[in-house]
Design a protein around this ligand. Structure first.
Ligand SMILES: [Mn+2]
Length: 334
């Protein structure tokens, strides 16, 4: 903390950002750091940038309108002397143009909860047992200080509730999450149900995506742990933005990813471009370690929630790509 505060105290211009296709924990953890820096180091010029475009669903979060939405953070980093990254700890999570960001030219701070290879940061808090980045930021930067007020408590609570699936994914090794949630509910004076309805209700695009994914559910029985998969057809590549598509997919996973009969783990395939299929994996505790599978697909994440990618061959449709993915999974022998 002393190290982080010393970096921030010396900074003239600070950029705060989070991972590509930001989910609510990415949005809320970066808003948390942004708020902390605005309050604690008001003399620095501080900006927050995220990838993609504004999602209406989160517009009531404190300072959400301050977020500058861009295609890639590499376009703007050189205007700052200090960079703050949340909810990821390898540079490739934050940019598609890793080669154009030379981290050694900046002072860098990273706050994350993913188990993966790290880039070289000047100061890092990485706690992979914690289920969300937002709670790490609460614990170290706000808890017990006079910086915490109801609006920012709502932001941090929303990040925690999103990454924990409304607290369902808090593992016995992370029970202090409930202490943080209790304190944040007291400070924000919000019912969990109100936050769920405010930020996680279903939009029209969510409903469309969920219905297509439901229709395409396919069962795989001839694997040590039976699983299901589903996919969006190639035409969904241009139907919604990647951020909106990801939002709908995540909500489908909340309902169906690990809850259909004996099928306790799953993957969802959604086209990221006409040559790259995004794969998102979920598992019940003690079934399949999807972090290890995600790593075999060039990604990673957590034991119960991870992601990766797979190439789309010329002329292939999503169903055909999924058959190739299943073939690869069966051959992994993990
Ligand atoms: Mn997260």
């Amino acid at each position: 903390m002393d190290n982080i505060n010393a970096i921030l105290a010396n900074a003239k211009s600070i950029l705060v950002t989070s991972h590509l296709q930001p989910d609510p924990d990415a949005i809320c953890s970066s808003l948390g750091m942004y708020d902390y820096i605005l309050k604690s180091f008001p003399n620095a010029k501080t900006d927050i940038y995220l990838n993609g475009e504004k999602l209406q669903a989160y517009s009531t979060l404190k300072n959400y309108d301050d977020i500058k939405w861009i295609k890639d953070v590499s376009e703007v980093v050189n205007n700052y002397d200090t960079l703050v990254f949340t909810d990821g700890s390898h540079l490739s999570r934050f940019t598609n143009s890793e080669e154009s960001i030379d981290l050694s030219r900046f002072k860098t701070i990273c706050i994350d909860h993913h188990k993966n290879e790290q880039s070289n940061w000047d100061s890092v808090i990485l706690e992979s047992q914690e289920p969300s980045a937002a709670q790490i930021i609460y614990k170290y930067f706000f808890r017990g200080t006079n910086l915490i007020e109801s609006n920012i408590a709502e932001v941090l609570l929303t990040g925690i509730l999103s990454d924990t699936g409304m607290l369902r994914f808090v593992r016995p090794s992370a029970l202090s999450t409930f202490d943080y949630v209790k304190e944040l509910i007291e400070i924000s004076d919000l019912d969990l149900k109100i936050i769920e309805d405010k930020y996680f209700n279903l939009t029209e695009s969510d409903m469309d995506i969920i219905s297509v994914l439901t229709t395409n559910i396919t069962k795989v029985d001839d694997y040590k742990h039976p699983f299901i998969y589903s996919y969006l057809p190639m035409e969904y590549l241009n139907k919604y933005s990647l951020n909106l598509t990801k939002q709908g997919k995540s909500k489908f996973q909340m309902f169906f990813a690990t809850s259909i009969g004996k099928y306790k783990w799953s993957f969802i395939a959604t086209p990221n471009s006409d040559s790259v299929m995004n794969i998102s994996l979920r598992s019940s505790p003690g079934v399949e370690n999807v972090r290890l599978i995600g790593q075999q697909f060039g990604g990673g994440g957590h034991d119960l929630a991870s992601g990766g990618e797979f190439p789309i061959g010329p002329g292939q449709d999503s169903a055909q790509v999924c058959l190739k993915i299943v073939e690869k999974i069966k051959g992994l022998n993990l």
